[in-house]
Design a protein around this ligand. Structure first.
Ligand SMILES: Nc1nc2c(ncn2[C@@H]2O[C@H](COP(=O)(O)OP(=O)(O)OP(=O)(O)O)[C@@H](O)[C@H]2O)c(=O)[nH]1
Ligand SMILES: [Mg+2]
Ligand SMILES: [Zn+2]
Length: 216
């Protein structure tokens, strides 16, 4: 019971800072996407592919990793502003980590800010960072059992991107089962199938981004 109270308090404190982040995002008119997946599912690859087709969309990225600056460097190579957060061991981003770096970004100069969360299928879904929407990415090589095993990520997300579809022929993945189970957890989930290797499906994803990111 004591443990439960502590966890609740941490989440409440987090949510207060997330609200403040959200206020700053709204004021700047930037649409914010919290991008979550297991390690290596292809978050940074999806951002790279998105940046290649971003004509007319101003996109910035906050990269969250336990250590290292590789992901922010990959984004900067494509000419987009990027800030790297190193959590120093923590397995998710929280609202305060985001708040601390907002001064380093010209939010008003962006249409979309992506926050690439630490690769992890569990707690990133529990910590709001002030985003407008959570997007979950699942590599089809992770197995079709993931929605029912890690339900929270699928419940909390507005969109699900199924990546690495170029590898479907080399696996026993049941794509229909992933869709069925994900939709049973979250009937409103928008589902995309993409390959960041071949570029298949990226156009559809980017057109959706253009629509959803229009802030009043
Ligand atoms: N075959 C194939 N490989 C892919 C695809 N997308 C990404 N990869 C590869 O998967 C590996 C991991 O991709 P990243 O984009 O770094 O994954 P990530 O989710 O950002 O990883 P972390 O930030 O470390 O959690 C890289 O070797 C990519 O080239 C895809 O659609 N098909
Ligand atoms: Mg990455
Ligand atoms: Zn965590």
């Amino acid at each position: 019971m004591v443990m439960l109270k502590v966890v609740t308090k941490i989440l409440e404190a987090n949510d207060r800072i997330a609200l403040e982040n959200r206020r700053l995002f709204d004021k700047a008119g930037v649409f914010v996407i919290n991008l979550m997946s297991a390690p290596g599912a292809g978050k940074t690859s999806l951002l790279e592919k998105t940046l290649e087709q971003r004509t007319g969309l101003r996109i910035g990225v906050i990269e969250g990793d336990i250590a290292g600056t590789d992901d922010a460097e990959r984004i900067e190579r494509l000419g987009a502003p990027a800030v790297q957060i190193n959590t120093g061991g923590a397995c998710h981003l929280d609202a305060n980590m985001i708040y601390e770096v907002l001064g380093d970004m010209d939010l008003a100069a962006l249409d979309i800010l992506f926050i690439e969360n630490v690769g992890n299928l569990v707690c990133p879904a529990e910590f709001k960072v002030g985003e407008d929407i959570k997007v979950m990415l699942l590599s089809i090589t992770e197995g079709h059992d993931k929605p029912l095993k890690y339900p929270l990520m699928f419940q909390e997300s507005g969109a699900l991107v199924l990546n690495k579809t170029d590898l479907v022929p080399y696996t026993n993945v049941d794509m229909a089962k992933i869709r069925r189970d994900a939709l049973s957890l979250n009937p409103g989930l928008k589902i995309f199938e993409v390959s960041c290797r071949t570029g298949e499906g990226i156009e559809e994803w980017v057109s959706w981004l253009r629509e959803v990111s229009k802030k009043a």
